[in-house]
Design a protein around this ligand. Structure first.
Ligand code: DON
Length: 324
């Protein structure tokens, strides 16, 4: 008789509580090194955004095995802003597929600021879904498919399932943006004129302003990132939140276009798919491994969080996160 092979049971590293893991030590170090950075300014073109405490700073890392590491103000809420663009893009891809999505917005870096009123001269479409024009086109697509009444609730539900907790809308930021977002309205009408959006325009803008005003924490961004990194399955709830192909396409666009005019520099220096927002958050994804969330509201001239960028640079080096 042949002896049964000995079964070696793998023990999950994440199952072992280890409060002073290397990741925790590294996070504490990065936090300490980047906290003294106080340059940058709060976004004030949406009046309500300039009212947040300027000095908040938090970093969170969530693994695809469900473990969480955090430091500083990782549980302070702020508005998701443009980081929502990656998530609505992922939803749109799943709901209608690549072809239809590409008929509304391309996948080329724009080389322009996030709020540029500029379309590709060849396709007459926004360059990509990570700048305002492209994101508004994608919100239009979601409104068309999901219906004006239900679209925001479904978007909020999807964001919540990706984070693993119920998220909510910051009413005053939403109202502030809706009252002042005339540049985005202009973009909406231009999208209508080139056929990248259908009428009526205002409810699409309403969806866009609302999706930007969802409140998250650095921990939520890390958990959302871990869901993306885990091929769309939330590692904590085990729910398939995003479609696997949509997750791949979303990460590709985050990699090339997620950090506005610093996207090339980011790909070079940090080397992971990411998406920032003027609320001060940056969502990062290390495919199959971790999600990262940072929050610090002082922004550089591109609209990216100054401490966020600095801390990602350090984390990329010390954890070896760069893709290449
Ligand atoms: O469109 C806007 O003005 C905002 N709701 C979102 C902009 C944003 O986060 C751009 N970020 N850097």
């Amino acid at each position: 008789t042949i002896a049964e092979p000995e079964v070696v049971k793998a023990t999950s590293v994440d199952a072992v509580p280890n409060p002073t893991s290397q990741v925790d030590q590294m996070l504490a170090y990065v936090y300490e090194q980047t906290r003294p950075i106080t340059h940058g300014v709060l976004a004030d073109y949406i009046p309500e955004l300039s009212k947040v405490p300027a000095d908040s700073f938090g970093i969170a890392v969530a693994t695809t095995k469900g473990k969480l590491h955090k430091v500083g103000d990782a549980d302070v809420e702020f508005t998701i802003q443009s980081t929502s663009k990656a998530l609505t893009y992922c939803m749109a891809l799943e709901l209608v597929g690549r072809k239809e999505v590409l008929s509304r917005a391309g996948v080329e870096p724009s080389g322009d600021p996030f709020n540029a009123i500029e379309f590709s001269p060849e396709t007459r479409r926004p360059f990509n879904p990570m700048v305002n024009a492209g994101a508004i086109a994608i919100s239009g697509l979601l409104r068309d498919i999901l219906g004006e009444q239900k679209a925001f609730d479904l978007v909020l539900d999807r964001f919540s399932r990706a984070a693993g907790r119920q998220l909510s809308l910051n009413e005053s930021v939403y109202r502030s943006e809706a009252a002042t977002g005339h540049r985005n309205r202009a973009i909406g009408h231009l999208l209508l004129s080139v056929g990248a959006m259908t009428e009526p325009v205002e409810p699409v803008l309403d969806l866009y302003f609302k999706q930007c005003s969802v409140m998250v924490t650095a921990t939520d961004l890390a958990r959302i990132g871990a869901t993306i990194a885990n091929l769309g399955v939330n590692p904590v709830t085990n729910e398939q939140v995003f479609d696997i192909d949509a997750v791949r396409d979303t990460q590709s666009v985050m990699f090339t276009c997620g950090m506005y005019d610093y996207s090339g520099g980011w790909a070079y220096e940090v080397g992971i798919p990411a998406k920032s927002g003027v609320g001060g958050g940056i969502l990062g994804v290390v495919n199959r491994q971790i999600g990262i969330g940072t929050y610090s509201p002082r922004l550089d001239s591109n609209g990216n969080s100054v401490r966020g960028v600095a801390s990602y640079r350090m984390m990329s080096d010390s954890l070896g996160l760069h893709s290449f």
